[in-house]
Each structure stands twice: as C-alpha cells, then as structure tokens.
Design a protein around this ligand. Sequence first.
Ligand code: ATP
Ligand code: MG
Length: 414
Amino acid sequence: MSSKNIVAGLDLGTNSIVLIAASVKDKDEIDIVGIGKSESLGMRKGVIVDIDRTSNAIEEAVEKAERMGGCEINSVFVGVNGPHISSTNNHGVVAVSNENNEISIEDVQRALQAARVVALPVDRKIIHVLPRQYIVDGYDGILDPAGMYGTRLEVDTSIITGARASIQNVLKSVERTGLHVEALVLNTLASSETVLFPSEKELGTVLVDMGAGTTEIAIFREGSLVFTAVIPIGGDHITSDLAVGLRTPIAQAEKVKIEEGCVLTELLPGENHIEITNVGGQEVRRVSKRLLGNIIEPRVREILVLVKEKIKTSGFDEVLPGGVVITGGCASLDGMVQLAEEVLDLPVRIGTPQNVGGLVDIVNSSSYTTAVGLVCFGSKRVQVPKLSREKNIHMSSFFQKIKAWISDIFSPAG
Ligand SMILES: Nc1ncnc2c1ncn2[C@@H]1O[C@H](COP(=O)(O)OP(=O)(O)OP(=O)(O)O)[C@@H](O)[C@H]1O
Ligand SMILES: [Mg+2]
C-alpha cells in the first residue's frame, strides 16, 4: 500500500506503546489498516525515563503495524502526556492590516503569534496555542475570522505547555527510529477527536483518560479545549495495591485486576472466591472477591477525588452539562460509571474509539483511544480540503498558508 495515504499515530503509554496506521481517503473516511503494540519499558508516569528502551519499543510497534497493514510508515503524529503538562489562557490583539479592512489569514496568524507571547520559564515549551474564540471589533464568539471585515482582531487562546526536557526526550526517542515527527499532540486533544461527540465538546464535557501511570484530564467547552491537567496516578497503582494487599506477584495482581477487578465493593458477593499464588509462587490461597473490591475501590476513589479537585480548580465545574467521559485502560474496570458518578456528581459514560473503519474490532477498546485519536487528528491536518471551484479561485493560496500556519503552531521544533 502506498505510504502517501497512510496516517500514523503513536501513543507512548506507560503500559504500552501503540502505533496505529490508517488509510485516509477523506478526512471523514479513515480505515485502520495496521496496529502495533509493544511493552513500554522505558516510561514512567507518562514520561520517558529510558530513551533506548523507548526507541526499541517504538521500532517493535512500527514493524508490527507495517507487517499487519502491508504498508510503510515514515512519519507519525505523536501523543504527549505527563504530569508536567499544564494549560494557561492568553489573549492576542492586532490591528487588521488590509486597507479595505478584510481580515486575512496573515492577520489571524499574527493574532495567534501575539497570543503566543507569554512569560514562560526557559525549561517550559509551548505544545499548542489553541484558539478558543476570535473577537472582531468587540464582537465575540467568532470561530473563523478570515474573510470578515473589521479593524481590530483579538483572539482568546488556551496555551498548552510542557517540560522542555520531556518533550525533547520524546522527539529523540521517535526520531532515533528514523521516523519523522509530523506533530506532537496533547494526548487528550487527540483522544477527543474519537471519543467525544461534537455536541459534548460544545456543551462542556470532561474527558478523563485513566491509563497505567497517569490520569489525564481535559475540559472542552464551546468546541475547544479550555483546560488540561495530568495526575501521576493510574492503573499501575491499583496493581501494586493488589500485589501488596494480596501478597502476590505484580504479574498475578495485574491478571486478577483485569479479569476480576471491580471498583464498587457493594457489587461483589462476599461468598465468591478466586485462587491466587503467593509471592514465592508455591502456595495457592483463596481470597474473596469482596477483598479485591476493598483494595481497588479506595484507590480509584482517590483518583476520582483528585479529578474532582482539578475540575474545581479549572473554574468550569458549574458549566459541564455534557458530564464526564472516561477512557483509557482502567475505564474497563467494572463499576467505574457508578463510582465516578457518585464521586464526581456528574453524568458519566465510558468512551471507546468511534468514527473509524477497518480493524475496528481490535481497536474497539478504551486503551486504544489515544492512538486512534492521533490518527483522526492527523488525518484532518494532512488533508487538502475539497472546495467548490468558485471558492478555490478565491482561496487558492489560503490553504497553503493555513497548512504552513498549522505546521507552525504544531511544529515539534523550536
Ligand atoms: N480490562 C481491563 N480491566 C481493568 N484494567 C485494565 C483492563 N485493561 C487494561 N487495564 C489497565 O489499564 C492500564 C493501561 O491502560 P492504558 O493502556 O490506557 O495505559 P497507558 O496509555 O499505557 O498509560 P498512561 O496513559 O498512563 O501513560 C493498566 O493499568 C491496565 O492494567
Ligand atoms: Mg495512555
């Protein structure tokens, strides 16, 4: 298969590295053709702690995806995660440069550049400057001001930043494998493209990705990402709690969690038992399923309470009619919806990847959300939108410029 129509997303997770390759015919027609998964040994709490191991795991995932898809993968959209990620708001203002007051794409670009000017410590790097709304001569709520008339153009943005060193480690680990990084994308921004409905993004919804080493939070409102935060606790902590509480090896605790895990003790009958081996591996013991719940529930409760605190600090806690969408590997734990609704006091649903074709049976799980989201995100950015002939004449260079502007905004370099 030609590599020209292939878009690839790379999720560098604490538990696993996932590469998904998709064939893109149109931005709304994405067929997943290849999936590569490898064990992530060089990451902790969402950040790279060993570049060699991470590069090797990426290579393994790429080879698997290429073999499955019968395609060549040369470039990737790479997800960024980690407790170092934070968001802030900024405002940019420019005077419209055209004499006839028609707002050009350059004016939009200048407004975004103006919003990009924030006092950042040298060890921080901007990952995204996301326009939330434009304001033309005092009229707010404008999403695309190019072509409109006005004298003063303002933009409200969310600026997503991360630790420079962590971002450099991501770039180095990927580029070492010979892959070109198309763009670095905040995990939850990518995920939102496949798990959230446009109406949820519009209304006000929290996306929570409960992975192995982190719990990522992003709030969307009026179509844009308005807040993000990462908590360095996830499924790995539940597994270690089980290993300690049941005095069993980590591998056994992980297996028990996946097969029998439930976050609501009240859902578990006390008389049901499972067999587990002790740390030495010789002795087999019977433990009640209720005991599992007694260990898992407090940890998941703790994570959800921290999520609630982050939602409160965002200042958007009163305007979230879309509720909460939970995804990531831990979303599969039984009872998650009930417990999350009780703790967060909001409607909750579990999110799995949507709006893609091809190998959907494999990726139809919440642990593939980020990788699928990256492909969806990427497919929209590499497409040249189809225009009517008339519009094409007027806007011949418009999309070239928009492409240049997008690559500037999402550029991994600099
Ligand atoms: N069916 C399941 N039931 C319960 N837990 C599960 C299930 N499947 C996966 N998990 C847990 O989900 C976690 C992995 O989730 P995921 O693949 O989203 O993490 P990751 O992306 O690698 O990590 P992170 O995003 O934190 O860097 C592990 O802790 C794993 O035990
Ligand atoms: Mg993840």
